[in-house]
Design a protein around this ligand. Sequence first.
Ligand code: 13P
Length: 252
Amino acid sequence: MRRPLVAGNWKMHGTRQSVEHLLSGLSKLEFSDQVDLMIAPPALFMQQCREALVGSPIRLGGQSCAYQAEPGALTGEISPAQLRDAGCEYVLVGHSERRSLFGETDEIVCRKFAAALACGLRPVLCVGETREQRDAGQTADVVGRQLQVVLDAFGVGGLAQGVVAYEPVWAIGTGLTASPDQAQEVHAMIRARFAMLDDEQAQCVQIVYGGSVKADNAESLFAMPDIDGGLVGGASLNAEEFGAIARAAGRA
Ligand code: 13P
């Protein structure tokens, strides 16, 4: 069956010193071998993280990547091949902050997904609706559209090589978590959409929830049948919190 994944998205946080402190906390934790673990630090700290996590079950991920695998004139970008070379196994694509603040369209996100797969990374495809879209009853349409571009290109099998992260925009960094039922409803909808195309593969796709996941709400979210772990922002900057969330995934 599906293994849970607990992933920490550090976003644009950290200095070498604070990262050293966080890594030291993470390296003292004990993790269940039933849970996949990943952190996505700012790329500047990737090497520091790689060295500190030798022997740890925590894998590395990029927070974004260029839409092409080949080297080229893309000032400021980091290619998925470079992330792989730096020791990453995962990369987030289409995080809502990238979509809303940096203009990433579904087509660009799909190209990033493709480039990541081509480099042997597991792309974590982030999808989710805004408050206005939810209030207008558009959640299924919005999430469906965000998934469809990648489904058209790679099918359910392609998504099974990556991870889907359902992150309702209104729950990110707001302290407003989707209730376990609200999140489960969308996760089940996503899996049902996959199952219509390929039931066997649909059961294999890891679908994680993100949006104000904390130690004290993780267990009830992860207990839901279609929630396969979490993509954690703020709480992943604290080693104890991250450890507690990972333990909750191990109990689910
Ligand atoms: P928070 O956990 O801080 O709400 O962030 C969620 C997120 O965006 C993870 O990618």
